[in-house]
Design a protein. Structure first.
Length: 154
């Protein structure tokens, strides 16, 4: 079982999920997808974004956030990524095992969820204040590689 988990809550865009899956393979992370999804996992575009690696991704599917949240104690310490996070992603010390949680491309994570876990919210800084957020798959890559950098690659 992986010590690093990446959770996409209700992802909407197939190529972001495919790219995140490929990043998870490269970083040694388990991808988790929380329904509803904005696309079918059988969609050829998901497989195309994940290249020929997609069959190896083997994402774990959850029917709802409540179902995944109940499993968090067994998965690891959660970190919730949001543009409004309390600390920058490089300032965090990531516990082992870690669960990196990302929201929908259009609206992010629900405010009530972020309020409940305010001390575990993480932001990736952006110099241009008019940019709402980074691309989801880019954010997944930055976060996963920062965790691996802190933990070392052995």
């Amino acid at each position: 079982m992986s010590e690093l988990h990446v959770v996409l809550v209700e992802p909407e865009i197939h190529w972001n999920t495919g790219n995140a899956g490929r990043t998870c393979l490269a970083a040694g992370a388990q991808l988790h997808l929380v329904r509803p999804l904005g696309f079918s996992l059988d969609d050829k575009n998901v497989r195309r974004a994940g290249l020929d690696y997609w069959p190896r991704v083997q994402p774990r599917l959850w029917e709802s956030w409540a179902q995944l949240e109940a499993a968090l104690p067994q998965l690891g310490t959660p970190f919730f990524f949001t543009a409004r996070g309390r600390r920058h992603f490089q300032e965090m010390t990531y516990a082992r095992p870690a669960v990196l949680v990302f929201g929908r491309e259009s609206v992010g994570l629900p405010p009530a969820l972020l309020d409940r876990h305010a001390d575990a919210t993480v932001a990736i800084p952006m110099r241009d204040a008019e940019i709402r957020s980074l691309n989801l798959s880019t954010t997944v890559a930055l976060a996963a590689y920062e965790v691996r950098r802190q933990w070392g690659w052995r």
